[in-house]
Design a protein around this ligand. Sequence first.
Ligand code: PLP
Length: 415
Amino acid sequence: LKTIRMSDQDIADSMKRELLRQQENIELIASENFVSPAVMAAMGSHLTNKYAEGYSGKRYYGGCKYVDEVETIAVERAKKLFNCSYANVQPHSGSNANIAAFLALLNIGDTVLSMSLDQGGHLSHGSPVNFSGRNYNIIPYFLDNETEMIDYDEVERLAIQHRPKLILAGASAYSRIIDFKRFREIADKVGAYLMADIAHIAGLVIAGLHPSPFPHAHVVTTTTHKTLRGPRGGLILANDEEMGKLLNKTVFPGFQGGPLEHVIAAKAVAFKEALSDEFKKYQRQVVRNASTLAGSLRDNGIELVSGGTDNHLMLIKLVNHSVTGKVIEHLLDECKITVNKNSIPNDPEKPFVTSGIRVGTPSVTTRGMKEVEMIKIGALIADIIKNKDQAITRVIEEVGEICRRFPLYANDIIE
Ligand code: PLP
């Protein structure tokens, strides 16, 4: 920040305020995390200066010897982490990784079977306002009304009825194990590709806490910044040489230009961290924390979609509390607890209002919080849901006390 302040006071001031926000808030957005100082340093480095269109050893620019080293290390570590034979570390984001997979496997207008956005899917899986939904024939699958879990028999019925070219398994707001093996059996029945988007659960997959999409999926996409705890970015994985060649061509020159080598360096650093035993221990705590938080919410009279969680996130149902997701997100923000409103299955409210809240434990676990804090945080959220404005003063006080006990980013690293 010191260096930035010397040339740009305005941006330095805003960045400082955002740092304080991260330090002083309980961060429960399920798709966020706090990267290590090493990951952050790689991102903010001189590698941003280098153009390197192409791939290691085959670039369209001179001077790529050292970024080649960086990208090759990133690719090799990604393959090791996910136990597969192909990785492309160039997608600028998770959505870009998904676009690349769609472009590689499909022709415009082809049919895709994917989880409905309002039941947990992602925009890039076929929302009508997104590239995916605008260019492909999307057939959504839904959750079982009773269990609020994926209804695999229904997925199979829809696959047989619509004969998709691609079935997409993966979600942004689904708190249960995804059965990739069953998805592959369905895909094989109708001759479809199986694509797995493991953006949310990548860290859990690495730690063996969620079944791997391999050997079942033909293509796997992920972000690198959620449970994986790397820089903001995307990653594509596969286990087949021909598929790898096709995916490489699709990313570059298909639809991206120069790769972000500073971000790729940060991905490599994060992958090294993810190969450690410490990372597996962290992921185990993420899941334990989620399960404890879910228990605390339930003990305090709050209902969850599907009744609980197997992973790092859960969805709170607000329908019986006469309040919307939008209002609770706002009230929790005032108390310095950060969450996002989220549609729940068969939500009576619009997507910008919703009847749900999504919460996840990757960030608070990185800060070092454990079961004791989760029990407390569950009670604080329930207090706000039940007592609204009346609870704000007491909740703010408790949040401040918890955050002070778990410091984030020593100021001398950032300043
Ligand atoms: N896929 C899933 C399942 C996601 O949850 C997300 C982001 O939340 C993405 C893809 C897109 O990632 P990005 O925001 O990097 O484009």
